[in-house]
Design a binder for this molecule. Sequence first.
Ligand code: BGC
Length: 286
Amino acid sequence: MTGTSQQDLPPAVLPQGSGRRQPLKGQTALVTGANSGIGEAVAIALGAAGADVVVNYVVGDDTAAKVVEAIEAHGQKAMAIKADVSKEDQVQAMFARMIEAFGTIDILVNNAGLQRDAPMHEMTLDQWNLVINVNLTGQFLCAREAIREFMRRGVRPDVSCSAGKIVSMSSVHEVIPWAGHVNYAASKGGVMLMTKSMAQELAPQRIRVNSVCPGAIRTPINRDAWETPEAYDALMNLIPYKRIGEPDDIARAVVWLASDDADYANGISLFIDGGMTLYPGFTEGG
Ligand code: BGC
């Protein structure tokens, strides 16, 4: 009998990092907006997974310093760099400082984002511009600098099987329209196609670009939606899983996407939302 028997097959080779307790050991990461909320949890989780981490922030020297300490407690290097991600010169200076201090960048988490909510007829151009500039242009400026370094350096097989990873912080609102938050929803819709287009363009260079789409997560950005029992109960109508998300729910997804365990994931939108995108209004009826 001819054909390939089980014995003829080469042994399965797991991607770098699989099964290791610290899948990001030896890698360097930059997290924007890392001194509070989701960014803080992500920065600390990357440190726990073995990465050295730059903690970017724009206001709050003290909170950024606390995140640095938490990462150092995991035995990793960390430094805080203040920079407004919507300003080209500040972004370029931040990357130059990081590369000088850490040598290179392997992982960018494009997390910085904000809301300036208003009904359409009252929304000012400043509210529109601020949200688009930080949430969308900020991700573009940081991604471009990271990609330049990934392309310059290429793959280091002892560190990772890819030349670099970008994780874009998107939102369920990359697909769920959001009345009263048109600027924010537009920015996240933009993040979705920016992420997927970058993934398509950069895959041949072994650069992976994916997004995480959080639902309602307990952070300062949406305090009004969970702080009182009444608000929390109303929020549960939108979440089939019947609990609010915690920042660590998102951080674990980011660590996975940044690691070689996710080597075949490219251009995906990973929804971590307790089912918020499952049209919960249709639980009954329709
Ligand atoms: C927003 C939160 C909101 C959540 C679910 C997030 O992207 O920043 O304010 O609670 O989406 O609607």
